[in-house]
Design a protein around this ligand. Structure first.
Ligand code: ADE
Ligand code: ZN
Length: 326
């Protein structure tokens, strides 16, 4: 994918990025060596070839498997610094990144190692690259709500380092309402709320209804099929609930990029944004996602700039920082 000078230079804000999904094969090998872990593949080409997902579960298997090399606080710092270094070159200015503590605590890595490692990288990235960032803690929806609640309570020791909470992993059979109590408590603790509503899953519209009406999210991650429901669509336009769409990710785990839906939703007045989701697995960082919309959607530069401004508008950055990002 060839990035145009306009897309390269556009100031960018990323709101839908799983930091564990930025683990590139080269760093995976380095961490495996450091931690004495045997990997199934020995070249980047072999690893890429193994990424043959055709739906969310097949992607998630590779994604969770890849995380085994992340063991120490330093590993999380190196992971996030590699991401920041890479997107500094794409003119990314601000990132609100997801992390999945349960994907680590469930295999014996402490919450403390994860968050102190990420926190160190955030501070260093602001110093080195001028990129500001925040953390959004995601719960894994295919685990029980009790485990999410325990994770939420554990996170309170680090309350001021975490801006919001989200919900990810396999949505099929795991509706938002399963986590209503957890999110109500998170809200009471002052966390901002978002949730994944993946495209093309059974019951998707009902899940979108739940996140808006029962959970009370400020944003929806993916959620582009809300376009099928004019009533819910008008609610998110009125309330300014934005969507974080990930075109290249969609080509792997749903039935296409959904670029046409991005155009329709923007026309309808939805604050929709472009993001990379899991760039090391899907083969595209945020600039590649903007370029994908430019190439496939045939949209003009003003449209791309509007999407970029939408991200500032719906970001959770403090007002002073938002003014600088505009
Ligand atoms: N976790 C990491 N990436 C995800 C995605 N695209 N959907 C759901 N859960 C995820
Ligand atoms: Zn995601």
């Amino acid at each position: 994918i060839q990035i145009s000078p306009f897309v390269a230079g556009l100031p960018k804000v990323e709101l839908h990025l799983h930091i564990e999904g930025t683990l590139e094969p080269e760093l995976k090998f380095e961490l495996a060596r450091r931690n004495g872990i045997e990997l199934a593949h020995s070249t980047a080409e072999e690893v890429q070839a193994s990424y043959a997902f055709d739906d969310l579960p097949s992607f998630l298997t590779a994604y969770y498997d890849g995380m085994n090399v992340l063991q120490t606080s330093e590993d999380f710092t190196d992971l996030a610094m590699a991401y920041f270094r890479r997107v500094a070159e794409q003119n990314v200015r601000h990132v609100e990144m997801f992390f999945d503590p349960q994907a680590h605590t469930s295999r014996g890595v402490s919450f403390d190692a994860v968050i102190t490692g990420l926190r160190r990288a955030q501070i260093e990235a602001e110093r080195q690259f001028g990129i500001t960032s925040a953390l959004i803690m995601c719960f894994l929806r295919d685990f029980q709500a009790e485990y999410a609640m325990a994770t939420l309570l554990e996170s309170l020791r680090y309350r001021e380092w975490i801006l919001g909470v989200g919900l990810d992993s396999d949505e099929n059979g795991n509706p938002p309402a399963k986590f209503a109590e957890v999110f109500a408590r998170a809200k009471a603790e002052g966390y901002l709320l978002t949730m994944h509503c993946d495209v093309d899953i059974p019951g998707s519209i009902e899940h979108i209804r739940q996140v808006i009406e029962e959970i009370g999210v400020a944003r929806i991650d993916h959620g582009t099929n809300i376009v099928e429901n004019p009533e819910l669509l008008s609610v998110i336009v009125e309330r300014g609930i934005g969507l974080t769409s990930c075109p290249i990710s969609n080509t792997w785990v749903s039935d296409g990029s959904k670029v046409e839906l991005v155009k329709r939703l923007a026309e309808a007045g939805v604050k929709i944004t472009l993001n990379s989701d899991d760039p090391a697995y899907f083969g595209g960082y945020i600039a590649e996602n903007f370029q994908r919309v430019a190439d496939e959607g045939g949209v003009d530069e003003a449209f791309l700039a509007q999407l970029s401004r939408n991200a500032v508008d719906i970001s959770w950055a403090p007002a002073v920082l938002k003014a600088q990002l505009r």
